[in-house]
Ligand binder design. Structure first.
Ligand code: SF4
Length: 396
């Protein structure tokens, strides 16, 4: 399987999004601890790693860990707000270090909305410059967008812009907002969208991308809100292919291994033809309303075939629907048995190497003071402070 893991290399950021689900913590990584996490992915035979945060470009040794991961044979990616990548010297350094793909996150191409969502001015121009720099130095670019209440009605507007001004961008990733953690949890009212608020504009955006030959993925959106493009759902693809995902968090959670892609279902799901391959309603944080779900009646086989026969995705061994059905039936039985034996909790089984150090604690306290002012200026709540572990490991 083409599993891809995540490493949060820092948890602070130079922007201040009111819906950040992974805000500042007092933990830090050294080059040595990040290497241990890369080695963990290599041992598990992962295909690639995504360096993320916070804002990963704020880690002073990002080029070094990027080069190390590449030397170990991983496909190396990064999720960034693009602020530092807008500096051509930094973009070149990352390209020289072996970065293959940058996911640049842009939420809206309306400057006033982007500024409000980012809690900082001038971010849109820098994100555009980051895309140009990456292109110039041979780093592939995807655009990431978190769907939220402020951009829900004009997701397609961004796509029109990208197609016209940056035709070289060929892949887009939509993430519906995770209202269960960090700043997003304490600002649900302001940012968590209703599913119906983005249904039409998401459909228009995906149609534009599809017609123009671009590819895309959508996460945390139940299939009834993207039934025409069900094959592009991240959860559905993972359910169909039996993939897992590991996130090395830089907080008390440390390593989380996700193998279960099913969220919450209601009675209407029993009548739905896509129930077996749908991730359902993202329920963590209680931000979404189960009453918004409705059953759809489209062919499961057609969705599955589209995924397992995708010529751009060689990660699934069975290209044939019959072989998939046998394999899937077996996996469903195993999952059922496991569910009977255990609670549905994420598995934690990786190296816990993120550390609370004196230096990280000082940075954390200073960031918290600055962020309290930014929160007040933006009119949003600041999340509760992440405490260190009760018996913090020694500094290393
Ligand atoms: S009704 Fe339920 S199973 Fe069907 S697409 Fe919606 S969330 Fe998924």
């Amino acid at each position: 399987m083409a599993n891809i893991g995540y490493i949060q290399v820092v948890r602070h950021c130079n922007h201040f999004c009111g819906f950040c689900s992974n805000p500042t913590t007092p933990y830090e990584h050294t080059l040595e601890t990040m290497r241990e996490l890369v080695d963990d992915f290599v041992r598990r035979e992962y295909f690639g790693v995504i360096l993320t945060g916070g804002e990963p470009t704020l880690h002073p040794q990002l080029p070094e860990i990027c080069a190390y991961a590449r030397e170990q044979g991983l496909h190396v990616r990064m999720i960034t707000n693009g602020w530092r990548l807008a500096d051509p010297d930094f973009a070149k350094a990352m390209a020289d270090a072996g970065l293959q793909l940058a996911h640049v996150s842009v939420y809206s191409v309306r400057p006033e909305i982007e500024e409000k969502l980012r809690g900082a001015a001038g971010t849109l121009e820098r994100a555009f410059q980051a895309v140009e720099n990456a292109n110039r130095f041979g780093i592939d670019v995807n655009i990431n967008c978190v769907i939220n209440r402020l951009n829900a009605d004009h997701l397609d507007e961004g796509i029109r812009y990208w197609i016209e001004h940056h035709p070289e961008v060929r892949h887009f990733v939509w993430n519906n907002l995770d209202p269960s953690m960090g700043r997003a949890e304490v600002n649900q009212e302001e940012y968590t969208p209703r599913l119906a608020q983005f249904e039409a504009s998401l459909f228009r955006a995906l149609t534009l991308l599809h017609k123009s030959g671009r590819t895309f993925r959508v996460e945390k959106v139940p299939l009834c809100y993207m039934a025409d493009f069900a094959w592009a759902s991240t959860e559905t693809r993972k359910i169909v292919k039996g993939e897992e995902r590991i996130v090395h968090f830089l907080d008390a959670k440390q390593t989380v291994r996700q193998t279960d892609w099913e969220h919450v279902y209601t009675d209407v799901c029993d009548a739905c033809s896509l129930r077996r391959i749908c991730g359902g309603l993202f329920d963590r944080g209680d931000g979404y309303d189960p009453a918004e779900l409705y059953p759809v009646f489209v062919s499961e086989d057609a969705v599955v075939e589209r995924i397992i026969q995708d010529p751009t995705d060689p990660s699934f061994p069975f290209r044939n629907l019959g072989a998939w059905k046998r394999d899937f039936g077996e996996r469903c039985r195993e999952t059922l048995e496991k569910a009977k034996a255990t609670a549905r909790l994420p598995v934690v089984d990786g190296p816990a190497v993120g550390r609370v150090t004196d230096r990280a604690q000082r940075l954390f306290e200073s960031k918290r003071r600055t962020e309290a002012k930014k929160a007040a200026a933006l009119g949003v709540a600041q999340e509760g402070a992440e405490a260190g572990p009760e018996d913090a490991p020694e500094e290393r």
